[in-house]
Design a binder for this molecule. Structure first.
Ligand code: PMP
Length: 400
């Protein structure tokens, strides 16, 4: 059918990624069952999961599962309504209050996914007279929010406060109406935002900051509160956005702020108004997981030990990596074809990582993206390193 002609490029990518014939298609591969947060079965093979964003490994935590089960018994399987209509349950407002308290803010809006949190907040906050300033490596949900907004959109160079300052300077007094969107830890290369410098730029030229802590919540900062808390800059961040789909181990999103006006924004966000609210069991999961996440630093310490060990070992093997050690360890490959071949080789050794190819990756690079978990054992990390060693031996590590 003619309507499908424009998708022929997608077919071409799928063919490249599965060459030679009968190889697994990395995109959308399905897990048949899980034996732990980091061990599953795919296509009848036992696989060590090293690409899940289950950073703290909380998906099977007994207290969290019990909270979800209790909510299921109390409220049933789904809310069957938007937050604006019948879909607000006590548990939704309790989680909003818990998140506001956690970040030392006053207002929180829950979203059904983190994608909708960025989409909804950015598209709604930015009106025709406003300006949006985006990091070039921003997540798709941020770009999509920008597309749906009615303001002017400018990109600054990735994690480059000087480039942002240049753009704000050109805006003159309009900088006051600018929203600067940053991410705590960037999802693809695992590098951390230069928050202190960005805040200094905002103070000099004006504007507001929206910080997406999707990959930093639970990983960094006191009680896992993220990079803003780690830098002592929570008060300088106007909007914190995040997701429950990573260290909190379920699904959902939020935006929290100290502006009481956030309540006015709430009832204008189409991605909030015209979709069902999260299922009560999911909300209960996020609430219980937030408590566990804040309780101690053991899981975080363990996660960073794994991250440093893997980063160092892959560096020693000669791989080209993201700029700094982080629970996201990205190996940069020089072509989609080589990245796909390496991915197949890792899978044949029972190790799953994310294969990221353009346009999903920053700059046109192709990545083997590992995201580690506190649930990984030391032996698991050794197995991941061994699998990459085989890749280096068979294919060469250099991407140049
Ligand atoms: N922001 C960033 C930086 C992300 O990486 C993601 C998910 N990959 C999201 C937002 C969207 O989160 P969710 O999975 O909850 O839709």
């Amino acid at each position: 059918m003619k309507l499908f002609d424009k998708f022929s490029g997608t077919l071409e990518i799928a063919e490249i990624l599965t060459r030679p014939a009968n190889h697994l298609l990395p995109i959308g591969i399905s897990t048949d069952c899980l034996n732990s947060p980091v061990e599953g079965e795919m296509h009848g093979q036992k696989i060590l999961l090293a690409g899940t964003n289950n950073y703290l490994g909380l998906t099977f935590h007994p207290q969290i599962k019990a909270a979800a089960q209790q909510a299921l018994d109390t409220f049933g399987t789904g809310s069957t309504g938007s937050r604006m209509a019948s879909g607000t349950y006590r548990i939704h407002t309790e989680l909003e209050a818990a998140l506001a308290k956690f970040f030392g803010k006053t207002q929180t809006i829950l979203f059904t996914t983190g994608y909708q949190a960025n989409l909804g907040m950015i598209s709604t906050l930015i009106g025709p007279d406003d300006v949006l300033l985006l990091d070039a490596d921003s997540h798709a949900s941020i770009y999509d929010g920008a597309r749906m907004s009615s303001g002017e959109v400018y990109r600054f160079r990735h994690n480059d406060p000087t480039d942002l300052a240049k753009r704000l300077r050109r805006l003159g007094s309009r900088a006051e109406n600018a929203l600067i969107v940053l991410e705590g830890i960037y999802s693809m290369l695992g590098d951390q935002v230069k928050l202190e410098e960005f805040v200094a730029v905002k103070k000099e030229y004006g504007g507001s900051i929206l910080l997406d802590e999707a990959h930093s919540l639970g990983l960094i900062g006191p009680q896992g509160k993220g990079v803003a808390a780690e830098a002592g800059l929570l008060d300088e961040i106007d909007f914190i956005v995040g997701t429950f789909s990573k260290s909190l181990g379920c699904i959902g999103g939020y935006c929290t702020s100290h502006f009481p006006e956030l309540e006015l924004v709430r009832n204008n966000i189409r991605a909030y108004m015209f979709t069902a609210s999260s299922a009560p069991s999911v909300v209960a999961t996020a609430k219980a997981a937030l408590k566990v996440l804040a309780e101690g630093d053991d899981l975080r310490t363990r996660l960073w030990q794994h991250a440093r060990k893997l980063y160092g070992a892959l560096q020693d093997l000669g791989f080209s990596l993201g700029p700094e050690p982080s629970p996201v360890v990205a190996v940069i490959m020089d072509s989609r074809e080589r990245a796909a071949e390496a991915w197949q080789l890792l899978m044949s050794q029972g190790v799953y990582v994310n294969l990221v190819v353009p346009p999903a990756s920053p700059n046109t690079s192709s990545l083997l993206r590992c995201s580690l978990s506190a649930a990984h054992s030391d032996e698991n990390i050794d197995s991941i390193i061994d699998a990459y060693r085989t890749v280096a031996q068979k294919m060469g590590a250099s991407s140049n």
